[in-house]
Structure formats: structure tokens, C-alpha cells
Design a protein around this ligand. Structure first.
Ligand code: 6R9
Length: 649
């Protein structure tokens, strides 16, 4: 198979799909020629309490960025994900929960049960004093109660902020303080890959740094012994006994915030991305249906964690809004062995499977036999997300997992976009390995010349990826900092949304993401701001200065390469290297641990003191020939030292 083999949809796929090529072309054309009309129609895919009359009111004007969709309509997201399905599919499974250990029994939660459990959970939150507009932080393992917690917030109009359970106590505290949350929901322990993370203990540590008046609601997962602080900590199962199972959904305006999700940016600390109610649920459900060609009765599995946007849109909100059966997996791809994903696909007869390139690359290295011993004949669509997928991994996914005849959807999107923006549709789009292909309905990508900001109109083009116009699930603001929102996404290129990604468009108009153009790195599909890791490192008493860059890593996509300058009098040692690794883990979390630390007596700086990351990146990439002009450096000799002492991967 040559590198430029293309894969058209099979006739069978095209004829049974929600959209074949003709339908995609027709719908796409309408969506961009008449966005108002298109979204007026498709906004009705969800149930409204008060129907909207206005569809869209958007300005990207500098100093006045404002994004509103369906603004005079009202609805409730939990009612859309649960209540409206009860008459037709109350006994259908909503969530299949697969626990960490294959020895433990999976749970099948019906829509009726979901309704009962979420209503109870909602009343528990009310009992703890949570009301409409209040913030709730969710720090949970991948258990059904994580989804209940999100839906309970949505039901009563509280704004959730899910913090990935792999984040440290410090990161948790920062997010609780940042959103002034009233309650933190956690569990006693989180089993993953056969080991238990002490979540409640982490949360206790976080509470030492939490400056707002906040309670803790604890879900019993393992039954591990955890201390409870009277008057502050509550067991879910205990409070549940005291509340009713009746909780009518709150009527929410379309533009009321649904959730905050912190994500890394190129500067400073993570920012709270705000998504609102109406546009988000319309777009999450529509992309879930079309991108995965989801049909009633299908079993859908997205392997992400609910701590990331992928888990929000494609484990919880999109699938449940569509009345789907969604699989929630507590474990990891390699426990108890490298066949776990495929064992779960076989066991639950999964039809659509959605994972990250880093997982595919890791499993690819373990050998085909882990896949071939399972019956994967129920698979109809395979998806990827989070980072560019290299053609080798794409081909392995296609041939070995999909048996050569299951379409792959490489979905490009971001925490900020709420749902897929560039993606193939299984029955419509001819795919090319490594390309996220074409825009979803209503999406108008443009490639700009990076320095002039001019739109490149030739079909074949390379530059920065921006979006013209808005889509319903676009983020609305940065929590508490609208100015930062404007500055990050609308200041560099006027009247466009700037994605932060570089991109090439080929002669067929297909989009190929080339990676971030800012100081964000993508480690195993997780976004990490180099500034965050740097500030964690310099917070260590022995570190004077640090610069962090990404470098190519076979499995993770990018690894974290840290240059560290020590305080005068401090000596580099293996022990100190370990100490710094542990330090970063505890400041941010295990995913931020540097893969390589190089001791740097000095960093390459311009005369004005700006660190020249371009050079540090090249050294980390082992690409010394391409260092470019170093003559503007204050002290060009530091570069020679850095090259000489470069860490081997
Ligand atoms: C959904 C999610 C967003 C960044 C994004 C880009 C990278 C995501 C991709 C992809 C190439 C894909 N990215 N999907 N790059 N191909 N299919 O991952 O959100 O965590 O906010 O990351 O991830 O660089 O800008 P988020």
C-alpha cells in the first residue's frame, strides 16, 4: 500500500449512513451559505422548554468579542440526556460501565436508573447548598457517579468543572479557588491498572490550600478507609438516604454556562474554558451522530477520561443526548494485558470505538496477536482524536483492528471548540491516512499566512489554521477573564478564531494538522503548557531558571524536554534529577513529569533577555544543522555547551 492510498467509503457504508457524499455536500453548502437557516433547523434536534426565535448573534470584532446562540431559548441539558428518552427507551442501557479489573462485573445502567440516580444526586447537591449558577468541582475516577455528578449539576443549573483525577492536589486546589466552587465531589480511591490512587487523601491535601468555603462529597468506590472531616465531608450514600428521588430539571437559558474546563495555553496558568447550554448540546449531539454515524441500538465507546473535553462531549453529553448506549471504562489499555481494549470491544459488542493515537502506537508495539484473538466483527467505525496520527499507526488501526474494511474518522477539535470541527463522515468522506480531511457542517476553516495574517486562497496552502465565523459549541469566554479570551483567540488574527495549530491544505482541499504553533505541547494527547512546567520547576528552591520544549517521542507523540539552570552553588546530580521529576509530579501531576532534564549552565537569550525557544527546540529534536541564526544571542557560546551535553533519548 503506497503512502498516498486513499480510502473511499464502501457502498454498504454509504447507503446506510446518515450522510453519503451527496448529502454531505448538500448539507455543508447550505450550512455555510445560510448558517441561520441551517442552525434554525438543526437546533431543533434537542428539546427546548421555550423555543428560540434568534439563532445566532456573533461578533469577533476586536475589543467586542461576543458569541451567542439560540439566546432567547431555554432548555435543560440533563432533561435532554435523560428524561426525554424515558417514554421510548427507559429500559434501554444508557451506560455500560466496565471496571478496572476484568474480574469485576460490568454494570448496565438503564435510562430509567440513570433518571433515578441523577435525580437523587441532584437533590444531594441541593442539600449541600448548591443552587443555580454555583460551581462544583468533580475529581473522580471513571465510574458512573462521575457522569451522574455532571448530569446532576446540569439538572439543577450548577456549573461543573471536572478536574482530571491524575492532577495533583495543588492543581485541584488552584481550580477550586479559581472557580470559587461550593462543593468538590470525589471518591475514596481510584483503581486504575490494578493500583489505587488515594483521591480523597489528595483532596484533603488540596483543602489545605483551598481558600473558599467548600464542602466535600465522597463517593464510595473501593471501601478503602478514609478519614472524614465532620461538617465538611459527606458520604454520597449517606446523604442520598435522606433525599427524595424527585428533582424537576431547572429551566436554563441557552447561554447559561454548562461547564468550565481548565486547559493549558501558551502563557500562564491553565484557563477556564466556558461552554454554555444550548449551542453546546446541539453541536455535541449532532457531531456524535454524524461523525460516528451513530444509529439507534449501537454500542458506542470513547476511551477518553471525563477529565478531558473528549469525555465531556463523547462519553457523556453527545451520546446521552442521542439516547445512545455509551461505554465508560475505568481502566487502562494495557491492564491486565495489551488486549484489554479488544477484549472489552468483544465483550460489549462495541460498534463505534474512539481512542487516541498514543494508545494506538503503544498497542501496535505489543504485537498483532493481542488484537487478532478477539472477535471485533461488530466494529463499524473507528475514531481517533487528540494529536496528529502518523500513517503507520493509521494503517495498523485500519488493517489490524478494522480488518481493512472499517472506516477511520480522524477528528480534529479542541477543548475550546466543544465538538469536532474537521473530520471525515464514515459514509461520505474518502479518507487519507494522517488527514483530518474536511470541515463539519457550519465550519469554515481558513489558512492564514502566519506573519501577515492574509488568507491564502489557493487550495493548496500552508500556514496557521483559523476559523471564519462561529459554530454553536464554540467556547464563550475564559472564566473570570474575558480579556484573556479575546487576547488568546482573537487578537493575533483580526476577525478570525485562532486555533493555535499549524495546518496544510492539499490540492483536494484536505486539511493536515502539522501541530501547535505556540508554546503548547501535546504529550500523549494531553495538552501541556510549557510555561506551566517551567513555573513548577522554578518553584523548586534549587532551580534558578528553566525552559521547557517538546521533542518527538515514539509513543507519546511529544515528550517533555526541560533545560534547567541551577541556583549558584548547587551541583547537578542524578538524585536532584529524580527530585525535580517528583517535584513536577506533585506540583501538576504525573502527565507533566519531564522525560528528559538537561542541566544548562545558561539558556540562549536575546540581548533583551528573551529565551530563544526555537534553538532549544532544535537541540531537543537533535536537529543541530537547522539552528538558524544565533548571532543575535547575548552569549552564543551557551549553544555549544547545550549541544555538547544534550540528553540522549
Ligand atoms: C479534543 C482535544 C486540542 C489540540 C489541538 C491539536 C491537537 C486534537 C487532533 C489534533 C491533529 C487531530 N489535536 N485532535 N491534532 N489531529 N485529530 O484533543 O482537545 O485537549 O484541547 O487539544 O490537540 O493541536 O489544538 P484538547
Amino acid at each position: 500500500m503506497s503512502a498516498d492510498t486513499t480510502y473511499p467509503p464502501s457502498d454498504a457504508m454509504a447507503s446506510g449512513a446518515h450522510a453519503d457524499k451527496a448529502k454531505y455536500d448538500e448539507m455543508y453548502a447550505q450550512s455555510v451559505s445560510d448558517p441561520e437557516g441551517f442552525w434554525r433547523e438543526h437546533g431543533q434536534r434537542v428539546d427546548w422548554i421555550k423555543p428560540y426565535s434568534k439563532v445566532k448573534d456573533v461578533s469577533y470584532a476586536p475589543g467586542n468579542v461576543s458569541i451567542k446562540w439560540f439566546e432567547d431559548g431555554s432548555l435543560n441539558v440533563a432533561a435532554n440526556c435523560i428524561d426525554r428518552h424515558l417514554a421510548e427507551r427507559g429500559d434501554q442501557t444508557a451506560i455500560i460501565w466496565e471496571p478496572d479489573s476484568p474480574e469485576d462485573e460490568a454494570q448496565h445502567i438503564t435510562y430509567n436508573q440513570l433518571h433515578h440516580d441523577v435525580s437523587k444526586f441532584s437533590n444531594v447537591l441541593k442539600e449541600l447548598g448548591v443552587g443555580k449558577g454555583d460551581r462544583v468541582v468533580i475529581y473522580m475516577p471513571m465510574i458512573p457517579q462521575a457522569a451522574y455528578a455532571m448530569l446532576a449539576c446540569a439538572r439543577i443549573g450548577a456549573i461543573h468543572s471536572v478536574v482530571f483525577a491524575g492532577f495533583s492536589a495543588d492543581a485541584l486546589a488552584a481550580r477550586v479557588n479559581g472557580s470559587e466552587a461550593k462543593v468538590v465531589i470525589t471518591a475514596d480511591e481510584a483503581p486504575r491498572g490494578g493500583r489505587n490512587t488515594p483521591l480523597k487523601t489528595n483532596a484533603d491535601t488540596a483543602f489545605e490550600k483551598i481558600e473558599v468555603d467548600c464542602k466535600m462529597l465522597v463517593v464510595r468506590r473501593t471501601g478503602g478507609d478514609v478519614p472524614m472531616t465532620a461538617g465538611r465531608d459527606y458520604w454520597l450514600h449517606e446523604v442520598e438516604e435522606t433525599v427524595s428521588a424527585d428533582c424537576p430539571p431547572e429551566e436554563m437559558n441557552a447561554e447559561d454556562p454548562l461547564f468550565i474546563l481548565y486547559t493549558s495555553g501558551s502563557t500562564g496558568m491553565p484557563k477556564g474554558v466556558v461552554h454554555t447550554t444550548g449551542g453546546y448540546i446541539v453541536y455535541a449531539s449532532m457531531t456524535h451522530q454524524y461523525t460516528f454515524d451513530y444509529h439507534d441500538g449501537d454500542i458506542f465507546w470513547c476511551t477518553a477520561d471525563v477529565g478531558w473535553v473528549t469525555g465531556h462531549s463523547y462519553i457523556v453529553y453527545g451520546p446521552l443526548a442521542n439516547g445512545a448506549t455509551t461505554v465508560m471504562f475505568e481502566g487502562v489499555p494495557t491492564y491486565p494485558d495489551a488486549g484489554r481494549f479488544w477484549a472489552v470491544c468483544q465483550k460489549h459488542k462495541v460498534n463505534q470505538f474512539y481512542t487516541a493515537p498514543t494508545a494506538i502506537r503503544a498497542l501496535m508495539g505489543q504485537g498483532d496477536e493481542w488484537v487478532s484473538k478477539y472477535d471485533l466483527s461488530d466494529l463499524k467505525v473507528l475514531g481517533t482524536v487528540g494529536e496528529p496520527i502518523n500513517p503507520e499507526a493509521w494503517n495498523w488501526y485500519h488493517e489490524v483492528v478494522g480488518g481493512g474494511n472499517v472506516p477511520i474518522v480522524d477528528t480534529w477539535w479542541q477543548t475550546e471548540t466543544g465538538g469536532h470541527l474537521l473530520t471525515p463522515l464514515p459514509g461520505a468522506t474518502t479518507t487519507k491516512p494522517g488527514s483530518a480531511t474536511l470541515p463539519f457542517f457550519g465550519i469554515q476553516p481558513v489558512i492564514l499566512e502566519p506573519t501577515t495574517g492574509e488568507e491564502i486562497n489557493d487550495t493548496a496552502a500552508e500556514g496557521v489554521l483559523c476559523m471564519k465565523d462561529s459554530w454553536p459549541a464554540q467556547m464563550r469566554t475564559v472564566w473570570g477573564d474575558h480579556e484573556r479570551f479575546e487576547k488568546t483567540y482573537f487578537a493575533d488574527y483580526k476577525n478570525y478564531y485562532f486555533t493555535g495549530d499549524g495546518c496544510r491544505r492539499d490540492e483536494d482541499g484536505y486539511y493536515w494538522i502539522t501541530g501547535r504553533v505556540d508554546d503548547v505541547i501535546n504529550v500523549s494527547g494531553h495538552r501541556m503548557g510549557t510555561a506551566e512546567v517551567e513555573s513548577a520547576l522554578v518553584a523548586h528552591p534549587k532551580v534558578a531558571e528553566s525552559a521547557v520544549v517538546g521533542y518527538p517521542h515514539d509513543i507519546k507523540g511529544q515528550g517533555i524536554y526541560a533545560y534547567v539552570t541551577l541556583m549558584g552553588g548547587e551541583e547537578p546530580s542524578e538524585e536532584l534529577r529524580k527530585e525535580l521529576e517528583t517535584w513536577v509530579r506533585s506540583e501538576i501531576g504525573p502527565i507533566a513529569k519531564p522525560d528528559l532534564i538537561q542541566w544548562a549552565p545558561g539558556l540562549p537569550k536575546t540581548r533583551s533577555g528573551k529565551i530563544m525557544r526555537r534553538i532549544l527546540r532544535k537541540i531537543a529534536e537533535d536537529d543541530f544543522g537547522a539552528l538558524g541564526d544565533t548571532s543575535t544571542l547575548a552569549d552564543p557560546s551557551v549553544v555549544d555547551d547545550l549541544i555538547e551535553n544534550r540528553m540522549n533519548k
